[in-house]
Ligand binder design. Sequence first.
Ligand code: CMC
Length: 429
Amino acid sequence: MSTKTATLTYDNKSVEFPVHGGSIGPDVIDIQALYGESGAFTYDPGFTSTASCESAITYIDGDEGVLLYRGYPIEQLAKDGDFLETCYLLLYGELPTKAQKEDFDHRVTYHTMLHEQMMRFFTGFRRDAHPMAIMVGVVGALSAFYHDSTDISDPHQRMVASLRMIAKMPTIAAMAYKYSIGQPFVYPRNDLGYASNFLHMCFAVPAEEYKVSKTFAKAMDRIFILHADHEQNASTSTVRLAGSSGANPFACIAAGIACLWGPAHGGANEAALNMLDEIGTVDNIPEYVRRAKDRDDPFRLMGFGHRVYKSYDPRAKIMQETCHEVLDELGIKDDPLLEVAMELERIALEDEYFVEKRLYPNVDFYSGITLKALGFPTTMFTVLFSLARTVGWIAQWKEMIEDPRQKIGRPRQLYVGETERNYVPLSQR
Ligand code: CMC
């Protein structure tokens, strides 16, 4: 326990606050008593300096470009681990033994099917619905189908709900895709690994055999690992906030998916690819870089910059490598999008504006090209992100529910509206 304190002087009164140190990372000033002691709130829009919880799951050092899941560097997990092992690690805190891994893989695998009645849920959507709209709806609807795992006070039910979501998310995501292109749903196959099964459900058709490429499955698995958790980002904070009211886990994850959809968060990979498409050729890059630097132009280089990483996003490096592996397997030597991406990255990394603001490529910069090469349309990119992030959301939700100090999240505000005034009847306005 730290003996450090921080003193705030306000209204001629000094108040002392305890300072807590984590295992690594910045200390936090514990201001829980601030309002009681001083009558003032803190003001921190966007939570740029506010720790909303204590967590032992994921650590990021944005200056050094470090990302650890339960202490393990992302590079090592992405290179030598697999996604379900990563899920186990995030949920239970330790890497599984061989027996634990087999048991976990088995439990996830045998929850992959969806209640048959849920199929009809999909057909209620328009064919041209964005698959993220379908994800929000169908995942939220899980709470209407799996009543035996919505009691959040029961640890067994919490774990069953967790496994169900990790297992069913690929099935839901693949069905959202199949529905959008008018093809029949493909049921999960228990003889395939997690990523292979997902690719099979997305790209197989009843008319012919579909063999999952090992390189593609590895790339998909890696993308899942890289996106599995990222501490208290917007969607994770949304899941925690929704869960803090005691809402069931399926509803909380649906809230996380809704938040992830935005272009400043999970929608960035779709936006990055659209941007590369729009730039089109290397010759056009200077014009887009100029626009990104122009304060009067709202255009931003999508896939660049991050709230936390002020150096190269470690996930982006792995993603770049994976991208090349997939393009090599496809025999694509001169992909115009990749060419634009690499040149844009080179120019931006040397440009004073980007250097000064410490804007580096983030994970979404190369994931879009990889996903496109794997055969996914851009509208599916954020869906894949939500699939992968589900385990992180669940691990964070469980950690919150199991924290004895947990209470409903309820931020304060700086009110700048009208002060009290009297109602004027309609006839007098
Ligand atoms: N292109 C051009 N300028 C930028 C960019 C960009 N991509 N990102 C930030 N800036 C500028 C911004 O204009 C601001 O300049 P100034 O100080 O002169 O006003 C400065 O850099 C700081 O930006 P900010 O918006 O205050 O930073 P933030 O931490 O609030 O935003 C961000 C982080 C990710 C929303 C932002 O960098 C962005 O919009 N990037 C593009 C979208 C993107 O790639 N998002 C994916 C994030 S990674 C996936 C995930 O974790 O969800």
